[in-house]
Design a protein around this ligand. Structure first.
Ligand code: LLP
Length: 412
């Protein structure tokens, strides 16, 4: 009944194994909770992503917000990817990972003057602007430095991405990008500016998108707008958003269709495509291992109280996201009880999942929360003064600590 998390991650003799590493060895060596990544899986995802769009070889800028572990970023850099950043901190860590500034794009609705100065000094590929005021701010910095700065304008295409409401970004009520009218005015303004170079039209309609049709709609909007402007953008940045199969029910994003519709679009527009994928590269490459502290029996369901909590992994508490939970060691002795997997934090939303069918669990057993590579460690916090977990990267039978567990004295 337990599905394979991924091929690089599977049960061998009833013990969950990442590449060639049996997790029973991980828990002997390390404390939990702990994030555990597969290097091969990351590389495999990147190869697949490139292969999906190889006919127009896009610039792929990994979305740093989905995972900003320096060692992961170094790995991603080695595969030739650039970075999509949204703060000075993300820009700094992308550069520290060795990613060339010529493959870095900077998005976000509230870039401060000092962040913009830093980005301009680093000569990054593009700053994707999200308002008229931001464009004027960049122009004033560029003027003071006697520089011409390459920018894009992010369009809000008013397209429903048909995903979780909290992670939709492309509808007119969302704060992101500018509407068509502002886009037209801004592009006219930039074309006449001595200090700005209009290079890109960017969009990003949301995240965890499983249906290709919203992308089709978005491209139709771009088509019309480009015709109106009558301008050849050097780059069209389509953002990220491609979803992954969290439920393991084979609802997969149709890359073939997306590739086809972009190819059609490119017949009409001679531009270089930029993608900013996060989740599709890193989401299914990591698990979170956690130990059961206590089991609190209740009439209808038992509370499985874990040593991992919402501060370590926020997605279920924040978006009601469902992540599969599986045992580290399979016994196949099932229980009839429902389990509520919860953390120790003093919040009712500190709950990962309710299951109706699970193997009988005992205190001190270990469980695995699946697909936590994207927006897992990067969203973690010190809420309740809990140190952030360690992160390890497995390659074959080797294990690398890529982030040490925080010490209490570092945060107190
Ligand atoms: N580009 C821009 C401008 C973005 O805002 C995002 C994500 C991405 C690219 C990458 O999107 P992806 O390929 O990963 O879907 N914390 C939420 C997701 C928030 C996404 C924010 N923007 C979650 O855990 O589901």
């Amino acid at each position: 009944m337990y599905l394979k998390c991924q091929k690089k991650m599977k049960y061998i003799n009833n013990i969950f194994t990442v590449e060639k590493f049996r997790l029973t060895n991980v828990i002997k060596k390390f404390e939990t909770p702990i994030f555990c990544y597969s290097e091969k899986k990351i590389n495999e995802n990147i190869i697949k992503f490139k292969r999906n769009f190889k006919s127009f070889s896009p610039i792929i800028c990994f979305s740093t917000k989905s995972n900003c572990n320096l060692e992961i970023l170094k790995l991603i850099k080695r595969s030739g990817l650039g970075a999509d950043v949204v703060s000075k901190g993300e820009l700094m860590i992308a550069l520290k990972a060795g990613i060339t500034s010529k493959k870095i794009v900077f998005s976000g609705v509230g870039k401060t003057r000092s962040e913009l100065i830093y980005a301009i000094d680093k000569n990054i590929l593009l700053i994707n602007c999200e308002s008229k005021s931001e464009i004027l701010e960049i122009e004033s910095i560029a003027k003071s430095k006697k520089k011409k700065v390459n920018i894009g304008i992010r369009l809000n295409p008013n397209t429903d991405a048909k995903t979780i409401k909290q992670i939709s970004t492309g509808k007119k009520e969302n704060k992101f990008g500018v509407n068509e009218k502002t886009f037209l005015e801004a592009s006219k303004y930039i074309k006449n500016s001595k200090f700005l170079n209009l290079k890109c039209l960017s969009v990003h309609i949301g995240s965890q998108i499983l249906d290709h049709r919203p992308y089709q709609k978005m491209l139709n909007v771009l088509d019309k707008l480009i015709k109106k402007i009558n301008f050849n953008f050097e780059y069209i940045d389509l953002g990220g958003g491609m979803g992954i199969d969290y439920n393991k029910d084979n609802k997969k994003f149709n890359y073939k269709k997306y590739n086809q519709i972009i190819k059609k679009f490119l017949k009409r527009h001679k531009s270089k495509i930029i993608f900013e994928p996060g989740r599709s590269i890193i989401g299914d490459t990591a698990i979170l291992i956690s130990k059961i502290i206590y089991i609190k029996e209740n009439s209808k369901k038992d509370f499985i109280i874990l040593d991992a909590a919402m501060n370590d992994f926020m997605r279920p508490a924040l978006y009601g996201a469902k992540h599969k939970i599986i045992p580290l060691k399979k016994t196949n002795k099932m229980t009839k009880k429902s389990y509520d997997f919860v953390g120790p934090i003093c919040e009712t939303t500190d709950k990962f999942l309710t299951t109706n069918k699970f193997q009988k669990l005992n205190e001190k057993d270990y469980i695995i929360i699946c697909d936590v590579g994207a927006y897992g460690s990067s969203l973690s916090s010190n809420y309740n003064i809990r140190p952030k977990p360690a992160e390890i990267l497995i390659k074959g039978s080797k294990i690398n600590i890529i982030k040490k567990r925080q010490k209490l004295k570092e945060i107190i």
